[in-house]
Ligand binder design. Sequence first.
Ligand code: C5P
Length: 315
Amino acid sequence: MRSYTLIAPGKINLYLEIIGDRPDGYHELVMILQSIDLADRLEIRSLGTQEIRLHCNHPLVPLNETNLAYRAAQLMMEEFPQAYANYGGVDITLDKKIPIAAGLAGGSTDGAAVLVGLNLLWELGLTIPKLQNLGEKLGSDIPFCISGGTAIATGKGETLDAIQDLDNLWIVLAKYQNVSVSTPWAYQTYKQEFEDTYTKDLKNIQSRSSQIHSGPLVKAISHQNLEQIGKLLHNDLEKVVLSQYPQVAQLREILQQAGGVGTMMSGSGPTIFTLCNSKQEAEKIKQKARQAIEDPNLEFWITTLSTTGIQVVSV
Ligand code: C5P
């Protein structure tokens, strides 16, 4: 029976600005998203029985409908009942490499991989935009995870415009194993504290969304101006997460002082990243931070930026 192996990269936010409320309860965002080489690996195969089976090497990853990979399979079964009837259920083996609840879209990218994998397994012939429309129903980051690279994301995060790839950069990621942040909590807390700064008028929201396209960070990326990129990294959610988690704020401070192009929290955190010019620089920064914070729960990853989203590596 046929199977597919897929590589599902994580992402960081180079820019995350919250500009307003949406009628659906979500927030209007302006983001610049970037894929990274730290990736999960999924193997997807058809089952003779009508069920979804999910296996994972990580003990804390749920294997039911709270997992986006599982939900992506459910969604495909609902949307394509004929294919489901023909091909049967699906067995998904997830090799988890991206830390969980870390602000790196680890769950979203697994969901994205299942959509791409079932499209192939069931020979549906869906286009990338069609898969992204399906992905949007499951989570705001899934459309980006499918196509990856470097992109402006507006709306809930689902409206994407690819921009010049930012490659040849290394990255240090640091996260306390025992600290995780709930994304709904981060957005709700931000709303409680900063709702008075929200743009209320739809026209203003649209104009702020379009400004990013000609904004300084996009210009710096298109000129590959690393100094400017480092200075212009931004994440509104730092305001609520760093004050609630002083340990993470201290980690951010130490990484920033250790060097590199620039340091920022990714998504709703608590992962902190530093962009670096080389692997050697990344190693040095990791060592400095490791010496400054002697905590066995603090984990580091050194990886590169990636120009791709979900990749099919074997059939
Ligand atoms: O879309 P996703 O399920 O990944 O979002 C997780 C949570 O993040 C949402 O339940 C919501 O609380 C918050 N969120 C938001 N506005 C967005 C994206 C996410 O408020 N644009």
